[in-house]
Write a protein that binds this ligand. Structure first.
Ligand SMILES: Cc1cc2nc3c(=O)[nH]c(=O)nc-3n(C[C@H](O)[C@H](O)[C@H](O)COP(=O)(O)O)c2cc1C
Length: 214
């Protein structure tokens, strides 16, 4: 079982990267699971041009007319069983480059090579925001929307307190409720980390159930 994690934070060893690696480490503990992390910030990933090349000219090995860094990532998405998408909260939604990459996956919804090529794969959404109530759920919903458009399965986990994936807060306050200069606050969001662990396990359970049926 292949678990692919993609995150869009430009901060190399920042909160989003930490959370994604935490999720992948949990997945890797399970038998027969391989994991891969891809950081997309700074890569050349152009906007979808809506040229419809994918609908008419797509080949087995070429999904999209635009030749840029998205192409090998699209292949990885097609090859994985579980896709974890992680975006920091930017103005209460996913970050721009993550939106670009998701738009480019349109080649899998209407691709000449097969409609809904990602159907039945499992997706989970992760996010990190500075504050707990400043846009995490809307960010997660924007990532979930992509899974649903592809008719992917996106598990919820009541025990994890996770309906739309998991959001963690990176901002930390001191005893006077002033924000600290803590750079990796996500490490202390123990509840969020625990939720992540449970949701990853649930994703593995669902993906195993789906194996062979796609
Ligand atoms: C452009 C921009 C917009 C942001 N908007 C929000 C926001 O709406 N809500 C929020 O909670 N945090 C917001 N943040 C803060 C980040 O989500 C937060 O610092 C997070 O930890 C970033 O993840 P990173 O450490 O992996 O970069 C924003 C940060 C940037 C750079």
């Amino acid at each position: 079982m292949k678990v692919l994690g993609i995150h869009s934070s430009p901060i190399k060893n920042g909160n989003m990267a930490y959370l994604l690696n935490y999720a992948l480490e949990e997945a890797f503990r399970a038998e027969g699971v391989s994991t891969e992390a891809v950081a997309i910030a700074g890569l050349s990933i152009a906007d979808c041009r809506h040229c419809n090349w994918c609908m008419t000219k797509q080949t087995q090995n070429r999904f999209c007319s635009i030749e840029d860094d998205a192409l090998p990532i699209l292949q990885k998405i097609l090859d994985c069983d579980i896709l974890i998408l992680g975006s920091p909260v930017y103005f209460s939604r996913l970050s721009g480059i993550m939106a670009c990459l998701i738009d480019r996956t349109r080649c899998f919804t209407f691709g000449k090579n097969g409609h809904l090529a990602l159907k039945g794969k499992v997706g989970i959404a992760l996010t990190v925001g500075w504050s707990r109530n400043l846009g995490m759920e809307t960010t997660l919903a924007s990532l979930h929307g992509a899974f649903l458009v592809h008719e992917m399965l996106t598990p919820s986990c009541h025990e994890a307190g996770a309906l739309y994936g998991v959001g963690l807060a990176s901002g930390r306050r001191d005893e006077n409720l002033a924000y600290k200069r803590e750079k990796l606050g996500v490490k202390d969001d123990h509840e969020g980390l625990y939720s992540t662990k449970l949701l990853v396990r649930e994703a593995l359970r669902v993906a195993k159930q789906m194996a062979g049926t796609r």
